[in-house]
Design a protein around this ligand. Sequence first.
Ligand code: KIV
Ligand code: ZN
Length: 497
Amino acid sequence: MSDRIYIFDTTLRDGEQVPGCQLNTIEKIEVARTLEVLGVDVIEAGFPVSSPGDFQSVVEIAKAVSNPIVCALTRAVEKDIDVAAQSLKFAKRGRIHTGIGTSPYHIVSKLNSNPDEILDRAVRAVKYAKRYVEDVEFYAEDAGRSDNEYLARVVEAVIKAGATVINIPDTTGYCLPGEYGAKIKFLMENVPNVHKAILSTHCHNDLGMATANSLSGALNGARQIEVTMNGIGERAGNTALEEVVMAIKTHHGLPFHTKINSKGIFEASRLVSSLMNMPIQANKAIVGRNAFAHSSGIHQDGVLKNRENYEIIDPVDVGIKESAIILSARSGRAALNHHLTDMGYTLSKGELDDAYARFLVMADERKNINEHDLSELMGDQNSETKSVELELLQVVAGKSTIPMATVHLKIRGESCAATAEGNGPIDACFSAVKKIIKKEFSLEEFLVQTLTRGSDDLGKVHVQLNHKGKMYYGFGANIDIVTASVEALVDALAKVV
Ligand code: KIV
Ligand code: ZN
């Protein structure tokens, strides 16, 4: 039986402290409940002394979840620990996470102290926290750049003081995997009482090594890994939950496992991204829009013959219905035939060759090809006009004004119009579009990007719609971000209608 790796999620603490990612208590509870369903072992709910709002959120999260341990962060300061203990009073299982910097940088230039005094403060903080809770985690901040001999002395002393988990953060994301693994190994071999506690990894991603470092830590004896959803967190972020969990699940030979229900990963990822206004890069491992999308002909042919030719993870295992075969000028006959068969066409070899020649001409002109384009390719007369086009858009918005939009669409040549109010100009536009298009769909992704930071920049919008369980992608680009958004929505809807 392989060892259990405990997954400690700090999306709501290390992730939430990123500018622009702040959540209100209701939103934090929604994330915490989702993390509970996902099966995380520990939820770090906040840093209660930092603000009354953070304190209240920890209180409410502690009430809202039953299975995970709820953890509150503190500095090695009595007041912090008092407040953290109070915030955990409703927790079924509460943990105080206290600690102090142990690197020469932190000891001297941050804390203006010396190694012996820091060791003493660490021990006092752990003992103080033990008055309130049995489960005390100690973090040696900037352990990644701390001297291993000194770190071992601190770890031994805090375990003696009662710490149950010892966090070895690579706070600045400095370590290389071999180096971080060696640090954990050194502690496992040189701290006499190490078996009385669990060593934990907490790796930042400044050099893109966070996942590799965490796994290296686990391979050398750590049994808790600290993560955030989508890897959000300070600067370049923290270790991504989805990467660690799927790396462990995919590599059956590793001597450990997690209890995460991986099928909930995609939903949790999208929830965190939308609540925290943190778009996920298209090529992000596991959860990016392109993580299971195949666009080159050779890969498409391979995947259609056997998914495992080009996929190491079954998308279903992370909660994504199926892989996507994207049609473009790079696609081959196999991909075209796959889509046409899905649409109900059966083609002989000669017919497919003809269709493919026409397809390449069309794909060079239009870039990405959708079902509507394929109908046109196959000679469907109704398809020759674009199924949905934006004819006119008028928006009223501003301070002390109820946002309102009038949208005129041409649907298969016929003009239709609607006016609607909304929470903002884009919401008003989308509501007006919904009034015209009488199909059920839900917006799964809405991503706005600008190329430069200038206010005169071109806005690029990506949307993903879910219609009857199938995903439809749309793109719009315009100097006016509201128009770009409606164009993206219409582009996606043209594939549905
Ligand atoms: O990165 C870090 O060192 C931290 C600690 C506060 C645990 O987030
Ligand atoms: Zn951190």
